[in-house]
Ligand binder design. Structure first.
Ligand code: NAP
Length: 291
């Protein structure tokens, strides 16, 4: 079996660690807050004190981190994973990051004698824990093939989209549309509630009609029950909308609907919902413009 290191055991990384152990990969883990790695260690993972220590000896180093800043810290920081990586090891960046950063990181990884693919995912916390993610991959086909057994253990599918950065770009396009749909649903819920329509009847029309995407189906319940346990944190959706807008801008496209959605998410963040589930954007829509 290939030896695997996993750095970043948040909502997504924790589930991925469980799946890798279940599949029988020897696994070393690192998380900044070591408490979040306890479950993986209980299930047989080796706890490393730094990303560097986790990466030593690994054939495949998987990262699942919040954003560009975290990715920079964990790969290239003082005790960063790249400093421990052996020649020929494969760095697999699964975090949702800006393509510009991903391309820069890939260059540094290659210069250190290692290989790189970007492999962000669709699916959420539950899919990470059940091995049903979908990987969106950028990089060389040969590198992907070497990393495939690890990705396969974590996923229901692997889509190779092109050179390094392609996976990151596709993921931002995906989440830009998810963010816009979520903000639109939040505003729809606010109008339904304020106007006195029968809320369940109205939401049934939306869920079973043309707007009834899997996202709308899943989030409408969270928004009406107002239970915002984190599947995907609201501040991470803000980050994705920001990165998506910057990426689109670099190709000469202005994402105006992303700007409107980001405005609504930022309002929710200011009201203290940033660390709750992104469906809590409904609270900002409910409160907005209230006389
Ligand atoms: P999360 O629970 O907030 O975990 C974030 C991880 O990044 C934690 O391990 C955290 O460490 C680490 N981190 C943050 N800043 C750091 C820093 N400066 N230095 C070192 N480590 C740092 O987030 P998540 O939901 O697992 O998401 C992880 C990535 O997957 C994100 O890029 C997100 O956009 C993407 N994603 C999430 C979902 C979802 O549904 N949740 C779905 C698809 C993709 P600590 O625990 O020490 O804070």
């Amino acid at each position: 079996m290939q030896k695997v290191a996993l750095v970043g055991l948040g909502a997504m990384g924790s589930g991925m660690a469980g799946q890798l152990l279940k599949a029988g990969f020897p696994l070393a883990v690192y998380n900044r807050n070591a408490d979040r790695a306890a479950e993986a260690v209980k299930s047989g993972a080796r706890l490393a004190q730094s990303p560097r220590e986790a990466a030593e000896d690994a054939d495949i180093i998987v990262a699942m981190l919040a954003d560009d800043h975290a990715s920079h810290e964990v790969w290239l920081g003082e005790a960063g994973a790249l400093h421990g990586a052996k020649l020929g090891a494969i760095a697999v960046e699964c975090s949702t990051l800006s393509p510009a950063w991903v391309v820069k990181l890939a260059g540094t990884v290659h210069a250190a004698g290692c290989e790189f693919i970007d492999a962000p995912v669709t699916g959420s916390k539950g899919h990470a824990a059940s091995g049903e993610l979908l990987f969106l991959v950028g990089g060389e086909a040969e590198t992907l093939d070497r990393a495939r057994p690890v990705l396969k253990a974590l996923s229901r599918g692997i889509v190779h989209l092109g050179p390094v950065g392609s996976g990151a770009r596709m993921k931002l396009i995906n989440n830009f549309m998810c963010g816009v749909q979520t903000a639109a649903l939040a505003e729809a819920v606010a109008v339904i509630e304020r106007s006195g329509l029968d809320r369940e009847a109205a939401l049934d029309v939306l869920r079973n009609g043309a707007p009834g995407s899997p996202l709308v189906k899943a989030l409408s319940q969270r928004m009406t029950e107002r239970i915002y346990d984190v599947n995907f944190a609201l501040h991470l959706m803000q980050k994705d909308l920001r990165y998506a807008s910057q990426e689109a801008q670099s190709h000469g496209v202005a994402l105006r609907t992303a700007a409107a959605a980001l405005d609504r998410f930022s309002e929710a963040d200011k009201r203290g919902w940033g660390d709750r589930d992104f469906s809590a954007v409904a609270e900002a829509a409910r409160e907005s413009n209230r006389q």
